[in-house]
Write a protein that binds this ligand. Structure first.
Ligand code: AHR
Length: 497
């Protein structure tokens, strides 16, 4: 197989926020082993936030975290989570196990987490059980640097300077857990709520209410339901709508056990992941009709592989293992996001720690980086790169279920060209050749993960799947040759002169 990549043929920029993550108050993502250890914890922490988690997230350059939900967002009242922790009233997490939460992880703690990780916050507000005033006040509390009542309250709670908020979700899944609304009903609610999600930093400037400022992201449905997209795009003024959410959960086929499955499920997962592309395209076509200038971002703000919970998981906790099959889904989905980089500009993998397709699993003081974590590490060179189309001079062989043996994606950022790859064959190597045009390559390195489809990391064997250097590579003039191991995901970094 031979591909051609031309460094001079730059396509749309791959927004780094498609490498974002989603963290809900669900199971052990925030409490009970997640971010929040508390200041008195014996676990190393900074102001109560676990250091090992922050370090792991910094290493893969997490660009943004969506919080506090999910379904939880439309039941969350932000004022319960500010002020002295000892006087915050506990709440019951009605969506996820009915457990009691002490509210110790609230707005200030989340913003501290983002600052420690070095990423942007993407806060999702409450439409389902909230009020316009409550959402209006949250934005004022977060982002007004002036003398408004909420800015004064924030100062009383120890934060003088306003935070910089660029992404704000106006509800979540309001067709379901967020209020069981029709698309038309939600469109009306969105118009009203979004009006009061104000752009405080620009307030007072000429036409401040028209400046883009905060990206207001409307709640959406799953990729299958285009009617919601049609209704929102046709009935909300574009200047109110910064982004439109679409959720995309992939199922692995009939064999949904987290770690025990046959190769058939590996291939079926690839088929099911690729099938999402046509669904994205249908939604994108609708967006293109109403918004040909592409001002509205598609925000795939929940996505990932959904398998069975691990045996013994507490009700509602969604604790799942993560194998090479999960990594396959992540890699192919990120490649899809790259292909539609002009429209898909936000995406958040569900969910960061101990929930669904987690990048990190914890048990006591131990932490495991999952195969999916390594995909985000291997692919991080694509963040904010200009996408480069991949053309096949000799197409990859077709393997099981009509799949291509190899999937590639490429981008360029300054003097670095990144090519990420997936070898979809569970058992066969792939000999890949890539002709690089439009640039002078000076050197290449490659890293990858591999293993059988069920390979995964455990607390006793945390590095069963870990990134290793790819040795079988050569670069002569402009021809890159590599032998990709079976069941492998990785990336080449090519230095240009
Ligand atoms: O990610 C788990 C749940 O899935 C979220 O809370 C909800 O938005 C979606 O249905």
């Amino acid at each position: 197989m031979k591909a051609i990549i031309d460094a001079a043929q730059k396509g749309p920029r791959i927004n780094r926020h498609v490498y974002g993550h989603f963290s809900e108050h669900l199971g052990r993502c925030v409490y009970h082993g997640g971010y929040w250890a508390g200041e008195d914890s014996p676990l190393p922490n900074i102001r109560g936030i676990r250091t090992d988690i922050v370090e792991a997230m910094k290493a893969i350059q997490v660009p943004s975290i969506r919080w506090p939900g999910g379904c939880f967002a439309d039941d969350y009242h932000w004022m319960d989570g500010i002020g002295p922790r000892e006087s915050r009233a506990p709440i019951v997490n009605v969506h996820w196990g009915g457990v009691l939460e002490n509210n110790h992880f609230g707005t200030h703690e989340f913003m501290d987490l983002c600052e420690q990780v070095g990423c942007e916050p993407y806060i999702c507000g409450n439409v389902g059980s909230g009020t316009v005033r409550e959402m209006r006040d949250w934005i004022e509390y977060l982002s007004d640097g002036g003398q408004s009542p909420m800015a004064r309250l924030r100062r009383q709670n120890g934060k003088d300077k306003a935070w910089d908020i660029r992404m704000f979700g106006v509800g979540n899944e309001n067709w379901g857990c967020g209020g069981f609304m029709t698309a038309a009903q939600y469109a009306q609610e969105f118009r009203k709520y979004a009006t009061y999600v104000r752009n405080y930093p620009d307030m007072g400037k000429a036409n401040w209410w028209q400046t883009p400022g905060i990206m207001k992201i409307a709640g959406g449905t799953n990729t299958e339901n285009t009617e919601w997209t049609e209704t929102l795009m046709s009935s909300v003024p574009l200047r109110l709508l910064g982004g439109l959410s679409v959720h995309c959960y992939v199922k692995p086929g009939a064999e949904s056990d987290g770690v025990r499955f046959s190769d058939d499920s590996w291939y079926q997962t690839a088929v099911n992941t690729y099938a999402k592309e046509a669904q994205f395209k249908r939604n994108i076509d609708i967006m293109d009709r109403y918004d040909p200038d592409q001002t509205v971002a598609m925000a795939v703000d929940e996505w990932g592989l959904w398998v069975d919970n691990e045996p013994g998981t507490a009700p509602g906790y969604l604790y799942q293992q993560n194998t090479m099959r999960s990594a396959l889904c992540a890699a192919l989905m990120l490649h899809t996001f790259h292909r539609y980089a002009d429209r898909i500009r936000v995406a958040n993998l569900a969910q960061t720690i101990n929930v669904l397709q987690a990048i990190l699993l914890t048990e006591g003081s131990r932490i495991v980086r999952t195969p999916t974590y390594h995909v985000f590490d291997l692919f991080k060179g694509h963040q904010d790169g200009d996408s480069l189309p991949v053309q096949w001079e000799k197409a990859p062989d077709t393997i099981e279920k009509g799949l291509p043996q190899v999937d590639l994606s490429s981008s360029i950022s300054g003097e670095m060209l990144t090519i990420s790859f997936v070898n979809l064959s569970a058992w066969q190597e792939a000999n890949l050749r890539v002709e690089l045009r439009g640039a002078s390559p000076r050197g290449v390195s490659g890293r990858f993960i591999s293993g059988e489809p069920t390979a995964h990391n455990t607390f006793d064997r945390p590095d069963r799947v870990a990134a290793a250097a790819l040795r079988a590579i050569s670069l002569q003039d402009s021809l890159l040759c590599a032998c990709l191991p079976p069941c492998a995901i990785g990336a080449f970094e090519i230095r240009l002169g």
